[in-house]
Write a protein that binds this ligand. Structure first.
Ligand SMILES: Nc1nc2c(ncn2[C@@H]2O[C@H](COP(=O)(O)OP(=O)(O)OP(=O)(O)O)[C@@H](O)[C@H]2O)c(=O)[nH]1
Ligand SMILES: [Mg+2]
Length: 229
């Protein structure tokens, strides 16, 4: 039985993915786990490095962060799923304690908040502003109370996925999975503050384009849910 699948979408992360996987192997040594890389046809050594380090690799040629996660979640075998970027930004060392907490408190979904404890030098002012606008807008539109609705690190029971209506194939997937879990009456979801680190490797995020799309997505999901992207 696989206890945990760590699912990581990657697009040209050769500078960091090896270290991400090595570190996970150390942190998860007491778990039955798989590391699943969902690669969007990287043109660098991401796939080769991932395989050589013992990760499973699934290729998803369709573009998009949300698309990659949908494919990854379908492939994952773990009773639990943990997610993170392939760029060394998220603190994998918190995973064991968060799993303990999830089990002890019978939680279904934990999202890791990067912003409450943020060392300002690791995130640009414009990204901080963007995260703040998107989080506040999401909170008002969906009557939830998150500190960071753009975080890409979640730990949850795979079984809840069938209860969620995940429509976004893009960066909006991150806010959507939190809206779906925090609003669901049968899902116990919490947010936990964690440390966050500076990205390694080239930025893939199109700050203004992705930020604007994520903002539009929030309104579309709220007011025209059946037509959300
Ligand atoms: N498979 C796949 N992975 C993607 C795609 N776009 C981004 N990724 C990966 O998804 C993760 C999140 O993307 P990032 O570029 O780190 O986005 P971000 O964290 O909002 O932005 P940064 O602050 O620059 O890290 C990274 O591991 C990317 O390599 C895609 O279209 N397909
Ligand atoms: Mg990132």
């Amino acid at each position: 039985m696989t206890e945990l699948s760590v699912v990581i979408p990657t697009l040209n992360e050769e500078l960091s993915i090896g270290e991400v996987i090595d570190s996970l192997h150390k942190v998860l040594k007491n778990f039955e786990y798989e590391i699943l890389i969902v690669d969007g046809l990287s043109t660098d050594k991401t796939v080769k490095i991932s395989k050589s380090k013992g990760a499973k690799v699934v290729m998803e040629k369709r573009k998009g962060y949300g698309r990659a996660y949908k494919t990854g979640f379908k492939t994952a075998k773990g009773e639990l799923i943990a997610t993170m970027d392939g760029d060394l930004t998220y603190p994998d060392e918190v995973i064991p304690d968060l799993i303990k907490r999830l089990r002890k408190e019978k939680l279904d979904f934990i999202t890791c908040d990067r912003l409450s404890q943020l060392d300002k030098s690791v995130m640009s002012k414009k990204h901080r502003l963007g995260n703040w606008i998107l989080t506040k807008t999401g909170n008002v539109l969906f009557r939830i109370k998150l500190a960071d609705n753009q975080s890409g690190m979640w730990i949850f029971r795979r079984a809840i996925l069938k209860k969620l209506n995940l429509t976004s194939d893009g960066m909006g997937f991150s806010e959507e999975i939190k809206i779906e879990t925090f609003r669901h009456k049968d899902i116990k979801a919490i947010e936990v503050a964690v440390p966050y680190r500076m990205r390694v490797g080239e930025v893939k995020l199109d700050t203004w384009g992705d930020g604007w799309n994520n903002l539009k997505f929030l309104f579309r999901k709220r007011f025209r849910s059946e037509k959300a992207q």
